[in-house]
Ligand binder design. Structure first.
Ligand SMILES: Cc1cc2nc3c(=O)[nH]c(=O)nc-3n(C[C@H](O)[C@H](O)[C@H](O)COP(=O)(O)O)c2cc1C
Length: 169
């Protein structure tokens, strides 16, 4: 799948607004991700307002790129629906990567910005949206049309691959 190999984290975006139909496709992609026992705990906040994007840029020392993104999708878990609490973060991670892959397919780019399980970052997101207790933030994806073309060069290190047994290097 060519999108998978060309996908890079992009933190500088054109100011162009993202078309609503494309936002819907990205959200559908996220909803295609599997969840443990189909618990479907995912919820999403689509953020396009500049002031809110600026607030999200301050939730951690590593989220500054959201300020200049035309779009952010905040991934949340609804704990009223969670039946397998040990695995909620894996559900959310699957949806996060689906969002970023679909962005590449639509000629956009983005970056996964980690929120959970860092308490301070989670609290900051909760405050911005006045989230109720059952809604837990997982990650932010900053999305936009990239300012520059990204490099496709990657090194693949096959020394981390083990066949049938684990062999110490
Ligand atoms: C769980 C997770 C959390 C991340 N958090 C951040 C973040 O807070 N800020 C950021 O700029 N990038 C973040 N990233 C993106 C990584 O830094 C990026 O994927 C890595 O540098 C590799 O670059 P590539 O995606 O272009 O291959 C995160 C990625 C993952 C998987």
């Amino acid at each position: 799948m060519k999108e998978l190999f060309s996908k890079r984290s992009v933190r500088a975006f054109q100011p162009t607004a993202i078309e609503p139909d494309k936002i819907e496709i990205i959200l559908k992609a996220a909803m295609c991700a599997p969840t443990t026992g189909s618990q479907n705990e995912r919820e999403f906040i689509v953020v396009t307002e500049k002031e809110l994007l600026k607030k999200l840029a301050d939730v951690s020392p590593y989220t500054a790129c959201v300020a200049d993104a035309p779009l952010a999708i905040v991934l949340l878990a609804n704990f009223d629906k969670v039946e397998f609490p040990e695995l909620w973060e894996q559900d959310m991670a699957a949806a996060t990567e689906k969002i970023l892959l679909e962005c590449v397919h639509l000629d956009m780019s983005g970056t996964w910005l980690g929120i959970s399980p860092v308490a301070e970052r989670m609290e900051n997101v909760c405050k911005i949206f006045s989230l109720p207790e059952n809604i837990v933030p997982f990650a932010i994806t900053a999305i936009g049309y990239p300012l520059q073309k990204t490099s496709m060069d990657r090194d693949f290190d096959f020394s981390i691959v083990h066949y049938n047994e684990f062999k110490k290097a």
